[in-house]
Design a protein around this ligand. Sequence first.
Ligand code: ATP
Length: 314
Amino acid sequence: MTDPILKVTDLVRHFGAVKAVDGISFELKAGQSVGLIGANGAGKTTTMRLLTTLDLPDRGEIIFAGIDATAWPEKVRSRIGWMPDGFDPIDHTTVHDYIDYFARAYGLSGSKRVEEVNRVLGFCGISDLSERFINKLSKGQTQRLSLARTLIGDPDFLVMDEPAAGLDPQARIEFRQLVQELRRKGKTLLISSHILSELAEMCDTMIFMDGGHIIRQGTQQELGEHQQQGVLYSIRTVGDSAELLAWLAESPLWTGAIAQADGTVQVTCTAQGNEAQALALRALSAEHLVLEASRRRRNLEETFVNILAGENHE
Ligand code: ATP
């Protein structure tokens, strides 16, 4: 098995009494795309700032590509791209000059710099905007510019804090396509977002944070299975769902029934095995006129809400 590109061990960062990051450990493999999920104040940005060497931990270790990033931040910085959640445009600066400035800061000169500026602007689809002042860009264009800056020097590991926040649906789709392209190029990605359905499409693995801790991590499937503890059904009956809800509440094999806005009831059947599941469904349809009963997997939003609600907390 290949060594992880990033290994974080027992990382701690407190601000006075606030335990922003309180002993987190995880590993990322090269090429992995990881979503960092947590409510406001969970510690996501602090974690990202530590990983990108913008802040120092009180305790713990960050090993990036075999290098101790806390002890030798200058050795890893050029390989890590940081896209913060805000962007402060400078007045009277064009897109080209802005990117060119950062390319200079990376020590690039001559034709190498010209090529790099063209490469990142081209990749982000903003070459046409080269002469536009950056404080005149739309939000979507600004995010592309921010990504272009992040990609200077072709870093292996990209850390993005809420990259799709504030984008309109079309700009979000376009931004997601850029992220998919980066995945295809083999970049390792750590992306935080509150738009969980979007993370589900951009990331293969999720890390859930709460109160400075990692409360759960794994692939979407692993998280869904761990969380589910039974099979989730969407059930539609003839008539009022209140009657069905009342029956389900009395039945030991059914749990967590919730009426949905579309008139269906979502409920978990805890019967073990297919045969027991089928018998539970038969008992249900003997009592109610069932129009539809379909199995479904919890989506990321539901998993997140359930994890935060403390269901199955470890
Ligand atoms: P959000 O989704 O709102 O951005 P987050 O998960 O990124 O939240 P952090 O920004 O990491 O959370 O903040 C974690 C906690 O640490 C919060 O309580 C925050 O107020 C606190 N905190 C973060 N940075 C500092 C700082 N420089 N000084 C004092 N407290 C801080």
